[in-house]
Write a protein that binds this ligand. Structure first.
Ligand SMILES: *Cc1c(COP(=O)(O)O)cnc(C)c1O
Length: 359
């Protein structure tokens, strides 16, 4: 089935702008030349600015989905002499725990609930850790952690701080310098609103010093860093998505910078949450990102039934959860090229579904 004419509110892929889609519709150019190196440099510079990375930071571009970013960071920057504190508040936190397992990196599976970790100082086990790993927005449940609090904790305890920012970049604030973050993992298909296939790792100078030799040909950061000096990657990059990234970064700048994009996302998220107040739905967590709203039906309806009905009868795609949560919650993304008018399509569909008049 082709979903081209569906309204899309899923947390990846997200709604792309016409301008970005046009770039994707063109012939992929040859890339081992200076022209393409300039594209890489522009992408690197734009990303470094976006997350306010410290002077001397570098970016690695991987042709892969976001999980490859998560795994390659653990492979290249941690080892058996580490002890990582891994925040686990859902599916993506659990994935980092598995990655540490697979690569024999000693770690503590730090299960958290009902907190954005403003109180990490008191909650964290009283052990000696070497690093702190978090998915800033735990996308499986739409829960945002406090990077300010975690960054302060990392600094105080001299922890190497790794942040997966995949689903909060461009919609929610992040500042590598102010929040003492050493590594940021980004990916194309969430807040950046590009097609899936490109993953980026921003390495601050402290991380660059720590890059080690690894038993992997493809995920060897040293290769990416040396090739990156001339604006290239060791293997074929996602050429078209990089061209789209360059255009997207220029678009964000033209629209008033990332601060302005964050403000717009916040306005859309607040508008959506306000608009559905008269429906039998409540929000899942008090620590919501601008990127997404997770909802719980309060009238006993199955969340999965709502998701299916919206798709079938209104051509609106929201996101179900798996496993035990499939009937309890569903997720609505505000990432990408969202407007009030577009959001209204979902809001009106929900009112119609419940047969309640929208005031
Ligand atoms: C989507 C996402 C990823 C990456 O998932 P892939 O399917 O590998 O692209 C990683 N972390 C978070 C927090 C995500 O939301």
């Amino acid at each position: 089935m082709i979903y081209e004419d569906y309204y899309i509110f899923t947390p990846g892929p997200v709604k792309m702008s016409e301008e970005i889609m046009e770039v994707g519709g063109k012939q992929t150019p040859y890339f081992r030349n200076c022209e393409f190196s300039d594209v890489t440099y522009a992408c690197e510079k734009g990303l470094i600015e976006m997350v306010n990375a410290p002077e001397g930071s570098r970016v690695i571009f991987l042709t892969a989905s976001g999980t490859a970013g998560m795994e390659s960071v653990v492979m290249n920057l941690l080892n058996k002499d580490d002890n990582a504190l891994v925040v686990n508040g859902g599916g993506f936190g659990g994935r980092f725990v598995k990655i540490c397992d697979v690569h024999d990196v000693p770690h503590h599976d730090f299960k958290v609930q009902n907190t954005n970790l403003w109180d990490i100082e008191t909650l964290a086990p009283k052990e000696q850790f070497s690093s702190l790993i978090v998915n800033a927005h735990e996308t499986s449940v739409g829960h945002l952690y406090s990077l300010d609090a975690m960054g302060a904790y990392a600094k105080k305890n001299d922890l190497f701080f790794i942040v997966d920012a995949i689903s909060m970049l461009v919609t929610d604030p992040i500042d590598m310098t102010a929040q003492n973050i050493d590594v940021v993992i980004a990916s194309s298909q969430k807040g950046l609103a590009l097609p899936p296939g490109l993953t980026m790792v921003v390495l601050a100078p402290r991380a660059l010093e720590k890059v080690q030799d690894v038993k992997s040909l493809y995920f060897n950061f040293k290769d990416y860093l040396s090739n990156g000096e001339r604006g290239q990657t060791p293997y074929t990059p996602a050429v078209t998505i990089m061209l789209q990234l360059e255009a997207r970064l220029a678009q964000i700048a033209r629209r008033g910078g990332v601060e302005q994009s964050i403000k717009s996302a916040k306005a859309i998220a607040e508008y959506f949450r306000e608009s559905i107040k008269d429906l039998p739905l409540k929000t899942y967590t008090e620590y919501m990102p601008n990127a997404m709203t997770t909802l719980i039906p309060t009238d006993g309806k199955s969340a999965m039934d709502i998701v299916n009905d919206l798709e079938k009868n209104y051509k609106v795609m929201v996101c179900p959860n798996g496993g035990a949560e499939r009937d309890i919650i569903f997720r609505v993304s505000h990432m990408g090229d969202m407007t009030r008018a577009y959001t209204d399509v979902l809001v009106n569909a929900l009112y119609d579904y419940y047969n309640i008049e929208r005031k």
